[in-house]
Design a binder for this molecule. Structure first.
Ligand code: HEM
Length: 202
């Protein structure tokens, strides 16, 4: 019961940015360029959810709150949800569904190509996000979901590349990305070393 309430609260919190931009577009309080605000808002929230989903494992260990694992899939799916909105806003409000222009933009702006690569890599993760898929794929599921590390790096470069002025924010996120990836490699390295020590007769 408590977990259901926590989950409900988490869903409500995760949908707040969406509600904020929806209300802002409706009541027109998003400033002089609402399209840009919405595009950037969806992009940055997509990135935040990606970071949050990656932070679950270390946080779970540090805080000793093992129940946090139940939120990882949810955060990953909100990453994909905001990413989808980010892409739709771009294609609809910026390009008016002009696919030819989209093709030439991709060639002209490499940061878009990297964004598309990250989005395409996200698709199989969403498709296999169910517990059924996890059970069916077993070890291969883990292997497949490792591509999230590549996704976060591509997403970061996509973000960094298009920033025009203040670099502090993307650089702060880069440090967070490195801390999260560093943690993964460090724990893997220690697990391997512990395994070797067990096998060694010395
Ligand atoms: C994992 C994938 C992606 C993530 C995490 C992401 C995130 C972001 C972020 C954080 C920004 C900057 C927001 C800001 O400056 O406040 C951004 C900008 C942008 N993104 Fe993405 N994005 C992704 C993929 C894509 C894709 C696939 C497209 C196009 C189809 C796209 C189109 C854009 C555009 C047009 C901008 C704004 C550029 C500008 O203002 O000049 N993004 N994105």
């Amino acid at each position: 019961m408590t977990r259901t309430l926590y989950k409900l609260a988490a869903h409500l919190a995760a949908l707040m940015p969406f509600a904020y931009y929806l209300a802002g577009a409706y009541w027109q309080w998003l400033g002089a360029d609402p399209q840009e605000q919405i595009l950037h808002g969806m992009g940055i929230w997509s990135f935040y959810f990606l970071l949050l989903s990656l932070a679950i494992t270390p946080l779970r260990r540090w805080l000793g709150w093992h129940g946090l694992i139940h939120y990882r899939r949810m955060l990953g799916l909100y990453f994909a949800f905001y990413l989808l909105l980010h892409i739709l806003v771009y294609l609809w409000l910026y390009l008016g569904w002009r696919w030819g222009e989209f093709g030439s933009e991709l060639v002209k702006r490499p940061y878009l190509t990297l964004g598309i690569a990250a989005a395409l890599l996200t698709l199989p993760l969403v498709a296999t996000s169910t517990q059924w898929a996890q059970r069916k794929l077993k070890r291969r599921w883990k292997q497949l979901h490792k591509s999230v590390y590549l996704i976060v790096l591509l997403a970061w470069v996509h973000y960094f590349w298009q920033v025009k002025s203040d670099l502090n924010e993307p650089l702060l996120y880069l440090m967070i990305v490195f801390a999260l990836l560093g943690y993964r490699f460090w724990t893997k390295f220690h697990q391997k070393a512990a395994g070797l020590n067990k096998k060694s007769p010395l």
